[in-house]
Design a protein around this ligand. Structure first.
Ligand code: 1CP
Length: 333
């Protein structure tokens, strides 16, 4: 069992466990090298030997406690039959929704389409570099997946408010939840030791819509994952009330964003906490970066705490800084 699971389960560990969202990706020259030869992002993710190589790249450089698989949250729409492509300097572009086709997708069809991801997990979990480290599988949260499916592009570009008037929306939610469960179960059976749920757009919802779109489906997915015997970390980015989210959804650990006040979180949340530091801190000079890291480590000293960031590693980050940060966290007493 890895240090992250141990931390969550209250076992004695010698130092703060650490991993990063987007630890595999564009800030690493060795990733950019593979990416430049593989222009189709979906095909790259669905090539188990290449996606394995990318997943282990950060572990070759840094003393991290976990590997996160190189994949994407948009494989749920893909598995449901919606077309997904990634365009340079634009991001994801999703196709029209064929409800009859989507709502009719069987568990078997979904599993079959995502099979290369399970193959990736199987071969990666056997690699000796993993040793006793955790292997993190993931899914997008229902709300965030629904946003991409109905909005067809990043809501950062523009959120179509009509998504709430979509007549088939409730059926779609049920279908996404079904696909998420199959995807989580298959990842766990293939060797994932932990699951993270990314709700990157949780902060877009008004309070009165949160119950239906976030609390209810996420609670269902969390309970499902726990029943599989695996811990589940939730990242409801920019949610207004983390305390309430934790009370209702009850994940094994909560990952916090960089806008939320860590002191308030430390006072109000009593489940294991992950992350928080602004990824921009990795762009500062060494002393300023470590001052920020120290702040989080001090604030959560008496908490079960997993060091991570408040969002993903930025593409312009220098790998040297990641190394300095990881070594600092590992030596922190
Ligand atoms: O080279 C490239 O252009 C690809 C960039 C890239 C990468 C490296 C995308 C496209 N996805 C990924 C990998 C990825 N995505 C991982 C793998 C492993 C790791 O973390 O190291 C993970 C966990 C994700 C999850 C993901 N994809 C999220 C949730 C986390 C977050 O960042 O908020 C989201 C929202 C996506 C959608 C997505 N995938 C890629 C892009 C450009 C986007 C759109 C983001 C947006 O809407 O702004």
């Amino acid at each position: 069992m890895g240090a992250i699971k141990d931390c969550i389960n209250g076992k004695k560990i010698s130092n703060t466990p650490v991993w990063f969202m987007r630890q595999a990706g564009r800030y690493l020259p060795e990733f950019r090298e593979i990416r430049s030869r593989n222009t189709n992002f979906i095909e790259l993710c669905l090539n188990p030997s290449l996606s394995k190589e990318i997943s282990i790249q950060p572990l070759k450089r840094f003393n991290l406690d976990a590997l996160i698989i190189f994949s994407d949250i948009l494989f749920i729409p893909y598995a449901l039959g919606q077309s997904v492509e990634f365009q340079k300097n634009f991001g994801p572009k999703l196709g029209e929704l064929d409800y009859k086709d989507i709502l009719g997708k069987s568990d078997k069809e979904i599993s079959l389409k995502l099979n290369p991801i399970y193959e990736l997990i199987k071969i990666t979990s056997k690699d000796e570099i993993l040793n006793d480290k955790d292997l993190i599988g993931f899914t997008g949260a229902t709300w965030t997946i629904m946003v991409y499916m109905l909005n067809k592009k990043s809501p950062k570009k523009k959120l179509d408010e009509n998504i709430f008037n979509n007549l088939q929306q409730d059926d779609l939610i049920t279908k996404i939840v079904q696909a998420q469960k199959i995807h989580i179960k298959n990842q766990v059976e293939s060797g994932a030791s932990l699951i993270q749920i990314f709700d990157s757009w949780a902060g877009l919802l008004d309070e009165e819509k949160i119950e239906k779109y976030i609390y209810q489906p996420t609670k269902e997915i969390v309970e499902f994952t726990k029943r599989l015997g695996v811990e589940v970390i939730c990242f409801p980015r920019n949610i207004k009330n983390y305390k309430k989210f934790c009370e209702i959804v009850n994940p094994s650990a909560i990952s916090i964003d960089y806008d939320v006040d860590p002191i308030k979180i430390a006072e109000s949340v009593n489940i294991p906490i992950q992350g928080g530091m602004d990824p921009k801190c990795l762009l500062l000079d060494k002393n300023d970066m470590l001052k920020n890291a120290k702040r989080y480590l001090e604030i959560f000293k008496n908490h079960k705490y997993i060091f991570n960031l408040g969002h993903g590693v930025l593409p312009e980050t220098k790998p040297e800084n990641v190394k300095i940060l990881v070594d600092y966290v590992k030596d922190f007493k």
